[in-house]
Write a protein that binds this ligand. Structure first.
Ligand code: SF4
Length: 466
């Protein structure tokens, strides 16, 4: 049978694109493979947001070269942002790649898969492609969604591209300006995903809360309300929001929809207005804090997470101190922290760079402050009973269960006697006993039978469709 292996680098948009590719492949009769060496088609969905992501992608391609040499019939495909950016260079650097598809060419990639399929030997032409689509959940994509519950989740893209042109960001250059999808398309896709078994839907867009329905002008708060009302949907999440478009109306809406996972990711990037202006972020730090205050009025128990860049060109020690102060004040539940990485073709690439050792030192100091804030949040859970959704066995100690609280804190607890809960997806009640920077340890309250009963009601073994 024809099979496809998809490996994904990068953000939620790439993850959603990989799901689209997997669904197109399944509909054309491919089985999803977890092993590139066993696949007829190997797809690398690339990212170019940081230099490291580029280097990793080229590293993986040189690894795949050996597969191609061993079996020249394998089709090697590159897509995603690096493919868009390096399209011409790629033909010289990695000439063994069969096809390169830019970010707007996913439909063409789907067409190519359909075209190649009859050429792979050993195909079983008797099975309908629809039947094959249900054979296996997506689960083999190395850097995509890899846990055991992928079949319960769907990513629905509501918007492509971004028109904000932050001076450090490559996205508008490789994915183009905002392109918002019509509400009818979004609802149709979400309903199809629910009908196929998904219970959790994530609405994705590069700047998702800037969404505007093309015909009616309805905003993101309106969209959330409409999607949350769909029958059969248990959980709704969204990624990624921009502070500029975080309105009081959206904060109010978040507080009224019980289907929403109580977690807001609102990237601030820096605590210094001078740096924010140079980044072209379109808000001042005072505005960011005001918006958080309104958010807290409506969503007091939600987790607030963020992104932070250190060593942005021109960042002084004083600018950096303001970022530290912001983190002490806000206490983010989690922060994704990066040293600035120059991207080809962006304005900031041409500006004077902060020395690497200074930037690394700032990253370390920032991590200390952020970790202290996280530890405080986790300490406050000691002695309480939290609700947490099972993610599977603990990676460090498979004899224990790993679960996520509603505000996204990892909780590790010993497996109770009785049925294996690590392969089901129940909500547990966990009594928190110790806290750490990364999460908490605790013990499960109640009996396992009750939890398994709940899990079976939400775990149909079907493919997630987008
Ligand atoms: S808002 Fe800025 S950082 Fe985010 S995708 Fe748009 S340009 Fe990039």
């Amino acid at each position: 049978m024809a099979s496809i292996y998809i490996e994904t680098f990068g953000c939620q948009m790439n993850e959603a694109d990989s799901r689209y590719i997997a669904d197109r492949a399944a509909a054309s009769g491919y089985e999803i493979s977890a092993d590139p060496a066993a696949a007829s088609v190997v797809v690398l969905n690339t990212c170019t947001v940081r230099d490291n992501a580029e280097r990793r992608a080229y590293g993986r391609l040189s690894h795949f070269k050996a597969l191609k040499k061993a079996d020249p019939s394998i089709k090697l495909v590159v897509c995603g942002c690096l493919a868009e950016q390096d399209r011409d260079r790629m033909q010289k650097i990695v000439p063994y790649v069969d096809r390169v598809f830019g970010t707007s060419e996913l439909a063409r990639l789907g067409d190519a898969l359909a075209e190649w399929r009859p050429t792979f030997e050993g195909d079983d032409a008797d099975e309908t492609s629809e039947a094959r689509a249900l054979l296996k959940p997506i689960g083999g994509t190395a850097d995509c969604v890899t846990d055991a519950f992928t079949h319960l989740r769907a990513f629905v893209t509501v918007q492509r591209g971004c028109s904000y042109y932050c001076t450090f960001c490559i996205v508008p250059h490789v994915r183009g300006r905002f392109d918002h999808r019509p509400l009818g398309d979004i609802l149709g896709e979400t309903r199809a995903a629910i009908a196929a078994g998904a219970r959790e839907v994530t609405l994705v867009g590069q700047t998702v809360n800037a969404y505007r329905e093309p015909a009616t002008g309805a905003d993101f708060a309106d969209l959330l309300e409409t999607v949350a009302g769909l029958e059969g949907l248990d959980r709704l999440t969204f990624l990624t929001s921009h502070p500029k478009d975080f309105t009081a109306k959206l904060a109010r809406t978040l507080g009224t929809l019980p289907q929403l996972e109580p977690r807001l990711h609102l990237p601030v990037q820096s605590g210094s207005n001078r740096v924010l202006r140079r980044m072209n972020r379109k808000y001042a730090i005072e505005t960011y804090l005001e918006k958080i205050a309104v958010f807290r009025e409506h969503c007091a128990d939600w987790a607030l997470t963020t992104d932070l860049i250190v060593g942005f060109p021109g960042e002084t020690e004083d600018d950096f101190e303001q970022t530290l102060e912001l983190c002490r004040r806000v206490r983010f539940a989690q922060a994704f922290m990066f040293v600035y990485s120059p991207r080809r073709g962006t304005p900031a690439e041409r500006w004077e760079q902060v020395p690497a050792e200074v930037a690394s030192d700032r990253l370390r100091r920032l991590a200390d402050v952020v970790n202290a804030g996280m530890r405080t949040i986790h300490d406050a859970k000691i002695g309480t009973v939290v609700r947490a959704l099972v993610q599977g066995p603990s990676r460090k100690d498979p004899s224990k269960l790993a679960a996520k609280t509603t505000d996204n804190v990892t909780v590790i607890a010993p497996r109770p006697p009785g049925p294996d809960l690590s392969s089901a997806r129940p909500w547990l009640e966990v009594r928190v006993e110790t806290a750490h920077v990364w999460g908490c340890h605790g013990t499960i309250a109640g009996d396992a039978e009750r939890y398994v009963g709940a899990a079976q009601a939400v775990a149909p073994p079907v493919l997630s469709l987008i």
